[in-house]
Design a protein around this ligand. Structure first.
Ligand code: GLY
Length: 391
């Protein structure tokens, strides 16, 4: 019996309990986070408040929208729309938007607002964010530059996470009829496919290109253990990003690549199925990154829908079952219960863990992380069926 065969799936009762409990915790957080944003990660399992100036502030409004969908309670929609105003202000005034994370910011907050309640403000803000994302495009090398001053050799790179920023561009093209957004997304995807994946289907976190020739130069990690290993969340962004890319383009090669990239992730899971922060670790007392599992579960559930549509029922069933097993492990080992000493939803996330070989600033190690909470709720919602994605 394989490791995964030994594990149980999340039941429908557990799914509902987890969503109900998440909504109860979110309700308790509303007072603190109506006019203030949630920090990217908790401190001793409590999120501090902060301004709307990080790449992560879209996840809390995303949770509010998911809570609104689950409960129908207008309170959640009302508070989410207050955040939409804040996001509009941020993009109009270009506050901390000189990076590529426009999709992470504006999709779960503002695109969701447009899709769910027809918020014109949300639509306008998200379109401005898509324009901003296009300014990061580098024609030499055909990619969206992640961070730093545009064009500098030391910043001439993209990161695997950016696959989750691309749905904003596909949406903007559909919304406006302007194909420019889509073309940038397609070019960035092509470059990602060319360079990001190693022969064993693990992936590089970041990849540098030459600013003169546009040729690939090297993979390098920022948040992973080292440049030869696979950062768990990078692999997770790749898994979900490939499926979303397939769904936006119909390009079957993305769905085909999703399978071995997923297999690599699954093959590196420890006995309890909660991934370590880097997939080089499969046992021991290194911190976990529970958020990677929620992201992968979303990818598996989205893929299951696509395989169903393609008439590939066996694969659909397999990925749905795998998603339920990952979620069951989070339910058993990482879920915050109402009344716990925390204002998050999922314990044991890791934002950035310093190693001797990486370049990140250490933050949020073994804490709740804002996207971990959001994707936990999204996965539980997706599993219920019939969900219209914000992405
Ligand atoms: N996108 C940055 C991160 O996943 O930490």
């Amino acid at each position: 019996m394989t490791l995964l065969e030994r594990h149980a799936e999340l039941s429908e009762t557990e799914r509902k309990t987890a969503l109900d409990d998440s909504c109860a915790i979110i309700r308790n957080n509303v007072e603190t986070f109506t006019y203030r944003c949630q920090n990217h990660s908790s401190v001793n399992n409590y999120y501090p408040e902060r301004d709307n100036d990080e790449w992560t502030t879209g996840f809390w409004p995303g949770e509010l929208w998911l809570a609104y969908e689950h409960t129908g309670d207008e309170l959640f929609s009302h508070v989410a729309q207050i955040h939409v105003e804040s996001f509009y202000h941020r993009i109009v005034n270009k506050i901390a938007v000189d990076h590529h994370d426009m999709g992470f910011l504006y999709t779960p907050s503002c695109t969701a607002a447009w899709k769910l309640v027809g918020s014109d403000r949300g639509r306008e803000a998200a379109l401005l964010a898509a324009d901003q994302l296009c300014t990061r495009y580098q024609g030499v090398g055909r990619f969206i530059q992640a961070w730093g001053v545009m064009g500098e050799r030391e910043n001439y790179r993209y990161i695997i996470d950016c696959l989750l920023n691309l749905p904003l561009l596909y949406w903007a093209s559909e919304e406006t009829g302007d194909n420019r957004y889509r073309e940038i997304a397609l070019a960035h995807t092509e470059t990602t496919l060319k360079y990001s994946f190693r022969d064993d289907y693990s992936c590089h976190h970041t990849f540098f290109l030459d600013p003169v020739t546009g040729e690939g130069v090297r993979g390098e990690t920022n948040q992973g253990h080292d440049s030869k290993s696979s950062w768990a969340r990078g692999q997770a962004w790749a898994i979900y990003g490939l499926v979303l890319g397939y769904q936006k383009t119909g390009n079957r090669s993305l769905l085909d690549l999703f399978e071995p990239v997923s297999e690599y992730f699954l093959s590196r899971l420890p006995a309890d199925l909660v991934p370590y922060w880097d997939l080089i670790f499969t046992e021991g007392d290194e911190p976990r990154d529970s958020s990677s599992s929620s992201i992968v579960a979303c990818g598996f559930l989205a893929a299951a829908e696509s395989f169903d549509e393609l008439g590939e029922a066996e694969k659909a069933g397999m990925y749905r079952s795998l998603a339920k097993k990952l979620l069951k492990a989070l339910y058993d080992h990482c879920r915050v219960l109402p009344g716990d000493d925390s204002n998050g939803l999922v314990y044991h996330g890791t934002y950035s863990k310093k190693s001797p070989y990486n370049t990140c600033t250490p933050e949020g190690v073994d804490e709740c992380v804002s996207w971990g909470d959001y994707y936990w709720m999204e996965a539980l919602t997706r599993l219920g069926g019939g969900w219209e994605p914000y992405w």
